[in-house]
Design a protein. Structure first.
Length: 366
């Protein structure tokens, strides 16, 4: 029997979904479970993963599991693929010694320079705070049935052959065969955040698709009700301080500044613009929790908690083991107590349990 886990964002993107997905993959690997990591959507979202040698990769197309050998990876039908980005990311990963074992759905859509130019000419960045990376234009072509599918593009198929990737024609049959015959964990790596969803209440300052776990499952072609699935959950990555991209990107409850928080400025992975930042907003997170089905399906991964509690930076592993070790010193006891009090306060305001806390770009407590 297989486990299906979807990683989604609870806020406005940049919640650390790549890190959360990487932690979930490594948990399964430590339990000796085979893992299939499925990436959906397009290269407007950058997911950062730190490999076991401490090297960071900002990936816009390739799943984060590609940096965590051994991990089978897949780019799903509901994805937009910019061929140059795919090639560069694979080359960078392989130059670092990673195998990059991956399949690509023939039904994924090829994103072109024309798509990006269309969004630039439409003023998407200025009007809506869009990354203007061509995702919406590419999806529009798909709706109009004028887009080029990956499997129909000689250039794309040639690139897949060059990189050693199989192009899967019948994706549903492929996934069902996996679920029927290969007990494993399937980690679906979603993008952006619930607040950016097309129908999440912030139109038109939103992305061009919905961003719930169920939407990512549809993009991934993964059926969590398949007879071969024994466990299904959605993990919502949730920042301690939510962000939105710079410019006219829409409302942000409790907006503040990095200076007021005493933190260095952050820039987006893809556009490199300074992010807007806000105070923690439990009401917004609860909307995301209920939109994704609520308990018992939904769990919370609190990310970047070291921004609030710098004393827990780099804490890693089982939370009970870490807390026990901390009690051996006065300083450690204070850190463990501070984390317990913080999580107790946050949990009381949320409608789903907190099951992960990230403490640096490469560490987490469970």
């Amino acid at each position: 029997m297989s486990k299906v886990v979807v990683v989604a964002g609870a806020q406005f993107g940049s919640e650390g979904k790549g890190h959360v997905a990487a932690q979930l993959i490594q948990l399964e690997q430590r339990a000796a479970h085979p893992v299939l990591n499925v990436r959906v959507a397009g290269p407007n979202a950058g997911h950062t993963v730190v490999d076991r040698d401490g090297r960071a990769f900002a990936l816009r197309t390739v799943p984060v599991g590609a940096a965590l050998d051994p991990c089978r990876c897949a780019i799903a039908p509901g994805s937009e693929i910019e061929l140059a980005v795919l090639r560069q990311e694979v080359q960078d990963l392989r130059a670092a010694g990673h195998r990059v074992d991956m399949v690509i759905a023939a039904e994924a859509t090829v994103l072109t320079d024309e798509h990006k130019q269309a969004e630039v000419e439409a003023g998407m960045a200025q009007r809506l705070g869009s990354t203007a990376k061509g995702i919406g234009a590419c999806r529009s072509d798909r709706v109009w049935r004028t887009a080029t599918r990956f499997g129909d593009s000689p250039e794309a198929v040639a690139l897949a052959e060059e990189l050693g990737f199989e192009v899967i024609e019948n994706w549903v049959a492929y996934m069902n065969d996996y679920l029927d015959h290969v007990p494993q964990a399937i980690v679906v790596e979603g993008t952006q955040g619930y607040g950016l969803g097309l129908h999440a209440g912030h139109y038109p300052q939103c992305t061009s698709s919905d961003t719930r776990g169920i939407d990512f499952l549809a993009m991934a072609g993964v059926n969590p009700w398949h007879a071969g699935v024994s466990e299904f959950k959605i993990v919502l990555a949730t920042r301690v301080y939510p962000i939105r991209v710079a410019g006219n990107s829409g409302p942000l409850e409790g907006e503040t500044t990095w200076e007021e928080l005493g933190l260095p400025q952050e820039r987006t992975t893809v556009t490199h613009k300074v992010r807007r930042v806000g105070q923690f907003d439990p009401a917004a997170i609860n909307r995301a929790i209920h939109a994704n089905g609520g308990e018992p399906t939904v769990e919370i991964a609190m990310t970047m908690v070291d921004q609030v509690l710098p004393q827990i930076k780099d804490a890693d592993g089982d939370s009970a083991d870490w807390a026990s070790a901390q009690l051996e010193s006065q300083e450690g006891t204070a850190a463990a107590t501070a984390l317990f009090e913080y999580l107790t306060t946050v949990r009381a305001a949320l409608d789903a349990p907190i099951t992960m806390v990230t403490t640096s770009p490469s560490t987490a407590l469970y």
